[in-house]
Design a protein around this ligand. Sequence first.
Ligand SMILES: Nc1ncnc2c1ncn2[C@@H]1O[C@H](COP(=O)(O)OP(=O)(O)OP(=O)(O)O)[C@@H](O)[C@H]1O
Ligand SMILES: [Mg+2]
Length: 360
Amino acid sequence: MGLFGSKSKTLVGLDIGSSAVKLCELQAVGKGSGRRYRLQKLGIAAVPPDAIVDGDIMDGNAVASAIRQVMTEQKIKARDVAISVSGQQVMVKKVTFPLMSPAELAESVRWEAESFFPAGQGLDSYALDYAVLDERPTEGSMDVVLVACRKDKLEAYTSCVAQAGASAVLVDVDVFALQNAYEVNTAPGGSDEVVALVNLGAHFTNLSMIVGRKSVFWRDVPWGGHRFTDKLMEDWGVSREAAEQLKMGNNAEGRTPDEVAPSLAAISDSFADELSRTIDFFRSSFKVDRLDRILLAGGSSKVPGLTDVLADRLRVSVDRLNPFLLVELDDRSVDPSAAREIGCAASVAVGLALRQVGDR
Ligand SMILES: Nc1ncnc2c1ncn2[C@@H]1O[C@H](COP(=O)(O)OP(=O)(O)OP(=O)(O)O)[C@@H](O)[C@H]1O
Ligand SMILES: [Mg+2]
């Protein structure tokens, strides 16, 4: 879904997160069902703490400088980029309408959208977009996904990109980009699997529930990997930098990862609670009684022991998403160890790099 778009061809994917900007460029090879992708560029640049708070840009200069840094390091020539938004000020909703013409749908969508804006705010403050997911002529109905994002939020993100010398020609939503990264790495064929795609970032978790290859439920939960860092600082009296190192499995300030493992396990447990509440809500609302697996993405998916805690608590298999499973890696363009290191955190950027201008 592009909240807005213009012009031609493939885009550079730029995921502007509260902890890091991730960049990905893919080259499409072949056509139609034989189309594959080759990884051309992959990079990451840290965003200072508090430059983005609750998904809102508080320090535009710092964010623009992280974008500029990753674009320069990766020698990005193309200036047209796809970015994404998520969090509190982005609303995603699936609505079933009677079958109708495109003009009637445009009107109905405006009516429907009014119901999800906070009181006193309306279409003047929000950018609205929608896409038809499914048409069922025999039942006379169609499913449509509606997306609304505060215009001032969009403006803040696009102006940071402009300040960094690029142009955000397409704005997507994190959960949809994540889903595209999953789909491009899933072999064709009918599967009725129920998969929870979970992108665990620094401050937010983006969740997309996939049933039989279709995404049916999306949710951004304000739960992120900073909680592991905070817990280590609190329990062990270490600095933020040391806590980050320990979280990544390195010794720091006289502490070892083994020593602090129980603190990480306690927070993994609380994430399991959060995730199972959201998945239970989905199951009861959508009357889906199964969950076949969880695919974890995002920088925090690498927290030691997290996948085991989730598998144990939710009684389901948990794997980390490899966004390059079916993407060709050319080691002249990208160091394979960088792809392994950054890969999972860059899943949203990979999904964005699959987008073309004019996509919906
Ligand atoms: N190797 C690692 N082990 C554990 N945690 C890690 C590792 N690498 C990164 N992280 C954590 O992952 C988080 C960053 O992940 P990611 O880049 O997906 O977040 P983000 O997109 O910047 O954040 P958000 O989307 O929530 O704004 C940070 O909290 C960071 O500490
Ligand atoms: Mg993120």
